[in-house]
Design a protein around this ligand. Structure first.
Ligand SMILES: Nc1ncnc2c1ncn2[C@@H]1O[C@H](COP(=O)(O)OP(=O)(O)OP(=O)(O)O)[C@@H](O)[C@H]1O
Ligand SMILES: [Mg+2]
Length: 460
């Protein structure tokens, strides 16, 4: 990859000399601008890695260019130069965002050195930005359906309170995202969020993992280890898959939550617990407790507040925004250009029976579609067969062959009607009105055709 440098100087001979010297170094492409205006114009159009900028120019001078770059949020690093050896002006330029400065009298090697530093820093800044953007994309809770709105409101209510929270929901429904959001909105957001997967821990290690151990506490404990409760100090301790916690550890955890203090294995000093505890599970803990597989008392300790994450089938109207978001998030992770999806393919996905599957499956399906074809637009032909199969027998017209306009229309109809029903709390008259139907019986007819009913739909 060659590095493109823009040299800006109103004296053509000066600019050409710089361009000539820089090109001779062998790794730069150089373009020149003869005025501040031209420089800004070029910066808006050309991929420039570094600007070498004269401060003294008629019209828009070097300072003007720096200001213009700030306004336009152009973050290309700039090295300014001045002939007068006026240090003050250079300092002023640095305040305006210039990366460094050189004197016109200095040898080209010095200029190259400055350019190299500036370019590598510029690349780091860009990388950091894209990482941050990716993090934001991957951790935002998407969806504006009534169940998601309720969930968001519940998160906002509970986040500032230090009591334990239990997050329940089916596998892949977004429990982890909810926990991150709780942490982000809580008072300990600047402190650590420590996650412990109870299911992945060997039984013998659960306690030392959670509570820590002193050196020599047991064979193999050759050094002190802080437990998750300690490392999550003033932050959040996330106990994932809490339903899988072995009974002895359940008993110890209960003690810790009651006493608000931990003692490391083999230790005697009590350490105050300052972390907020959030537990998640896809099991029905109440049922588990009734069956004697989970301690009832621990269950009551944990579920001071319960947040239920809705399954995808309860919020089908979120599918379009989720798809859009997930496509971008997957593209960012794979480092490829984001793709769009045709309305027909989207309708096909929305019409899929999401009875057992959740956002994770939707994400996986989209990832498969993203890499299955080179086209920039994902269409019906790319939707994996297993995401079409169940939909077929639900199409309004059984005679319509899948992929035909008729079948696609039916799918779209189902999606639109379902979204409207969800939006209006399944109130048939209001939904019919919103959809511009003649009366509520027309809506009922459509609902029957698509096997849509609140109860059956929600609780298959
Ligand atoms: N509302 C949402 N907005 C955006 N992405 C979501 C949403 N819900 C889930 N996801 C995505 O779906 C995937 C699964 O979510 P997550 O890991 O939070 O599920 P989970 O409930 O913790 O599942 P498990 O029970 O298997 O641990 C993740 O990639 C997550 O980013
Ligand atoms: Mg999870």
């Amino acid at each position: 990859m060659t590095t493109q440098i823009l040299v800006v100087d109103d004296v053509p001979a000066m600019a050409e000399q710089y361009a000539y010297d820089l090109k001779r170094v062998g790794k730069y492409e150089v373009i020149v601008a003869a005025s501040g205006e031209e420089a800004l114009d070029l910066l808006g159009r050309e991929p420039v890695d570094c600007v070498v900028l004269d401060l003294e120019m008629p019209g828009t001078d070097g300072f003007g260019v720096l200001r213009g770059m700030q306004q336009r949020r152009i973050e290309t690093p700039v090295i300014v130069y001045t002939g007068a050896g006026s240090y003050d002006r250079c300092v002023q330029a640095v305040r305006l965002g210039a990366y460094g400065f050189v004197d016109k009298a200095e040898p080209i090697e010095r200029v190259v050195q400055e350019i190299e530093n500036a370019v590598s820093r510029g690349r780091m800044v860009k990388e950091l930005q894209s990482l941050r953007a990716r993090f934001d994309v991957e951790t935002s809770l998407i969806g504006d359906s009534p169940p998601m709105r309720n969930l968001r409101a519940a998160i906002a209510r509970v986040a500032p309170i230090p009591s334990s929270v239990l997050v329940v929901g089916e596998s892949g429904s977004g429990k982890e995202l909810v926990v991150r959001e709780l942490h982000r909105l809580g008072p300990g957001a600047k402190n650590p969020l420590v996650a412990v997967n109870s299911a992945a821990l060997p039984e013998q290690l659960v306690e030392s993992e959670l509570f820590g151990h002193e050196r020599g506490a047991f064979t193999g404990a050759d050094r002190l280890r802080r437990g998750a409760f300690e490392t999550a100090a003033n932050g959040t301790l996330f106990l994932d898959e809490i339903g899988e916690l072995p009974p002895p550890a359940q008993a110890k955890l209960l003690r810790v939550l009651e006493d608000r203090q931990v003692t490391r294995l083999g230790g005697s000093r009590a350490i105050a617990v300052t972390a907020r505890v959030v537990a998640a599970t896809n099991r029905d803990l109440e049922e588990e407790a009734a069956a004697g597989r989970f301690r009832q008392d621990l269950y009551y300790r944990l579920n001071v507040h319960t947040l239920r994450v809705p399954a995808l089938r309860e919020r089908l109207s979120d599918i379009p925004v989720l798809v859009d978001h997930l496509l971008r998030s997957i593209a960012a992770r794979l480092g490829v250009r984001p793709k769009t999806i045709t309305p027909e393919a989207l309708a096909l996905l929305a019409a899929y029976d999401w009875r057992k599957n959740n956002v994770r499956e939707l994400r996986n399906c989209l990832e498969r579609m993203m890499i299955a074809s080179d086209a920039a637009v994902i269409d019906v032909s790319t939707v994996p067969p297993d995401f079409q199969a169940e939909e077929r027998d639900e199409a309004s017209d059984p005679a319509a062959a899948p992929g035909t306009l008729k079948a696609m229309k039916a799918q779209a109809e189902r999606q639109i009607v379902l979204a409207a029903l969800e939006k209006h709390g399944w109130q048939v008259t209001r939904t019919a009105e919103a959809l511009g139907l003649a009366d509520h019986s027309s809506l009922l007819k459509i609902m029957r055709r698509h096997h849509l009913s609140k109860g059956a739909h929600r609780d298959p």
